[in-house]
Design a protein around this ligand. Structure first.
Ligand SMILES: [Zn+2]
Length: 170
């Protein structure tokens, strides 16, 4: 708490949310935490701002970087005290990715998750058809279960022959 006459105008949660749209996934820098759908709650409390997020992949090292980036972004806006809480339930699924986020993934050369996550077996779910983000062809072959990170798989397009990452459904 700040004491005495030092009155600080508190930014609204909406304003804070706007600022936090600058925070991106370190692994896929085109995706903001809003695109990912992981920003759950923003609250002004007596002793600072509390931001609640739902982690994407458990154990994903990106989450640590995202937490730090949230704190850094708000510190830069003059909010000294920031607490980032994680809520694990309900668990994040790729269904939470925004339409805009899926568009950005495609433009970035990563095939967005195909179909719904429900009923798929975690990271090993086999998607029905993964369309090539370059040419849109569905004649694609999985070349590796794990891409550059555990969250992705490697594919190759049989039409344009380009390899690409696929953002797995979970
Ligand atoms: Zn292709």
């Amino acid at each position: 708490m700040r004491a005495g006459s030092d009155i600080v105008e508190r930014p609204s949660p909406d304003r804070i949310r706007e600022w936090l749209t600058e925070v991106t996934d370190p692994e896929i820098p085109v995706l903001t935490i809003e695109d990912l759908g992981i920003l759950r709650d923003i609250r002004q409390e007596d002793d600072g701002v509390r931001v609640t997020i739902t982690p994407t992949y458990s154990g994903c090292p990106a989450m640590m970087a995202i937490r730090m980036e949230i704190v850094r972004t708000l510190n830069a806006r003059g909010i000294d005290r920031v607490r980032v809480d994680e809520v694990l339930s309900p668990a994040w699924t790729t269904d939470w990715l925004s339409e805009r986020g899926r568009e950005k993934l495609r433009a970035y050369g990563i095939a967005p998750p195909a179909g719904k996550a429900q009923g798929k077996s975690a990271l090993f779910g086999e998607p029905d058809a993964v369309a090539c983000p370059q040419c849109g062809s569905e004649r694609t072959t999985r070349t590796s279960e794990f891409g550059s990170t555990a969250c992705k798989a490697m594919y190759r397009c049989e039409d344009c022959l380009e390899p690409f990452d696929y953002f797995k459904c979970i």
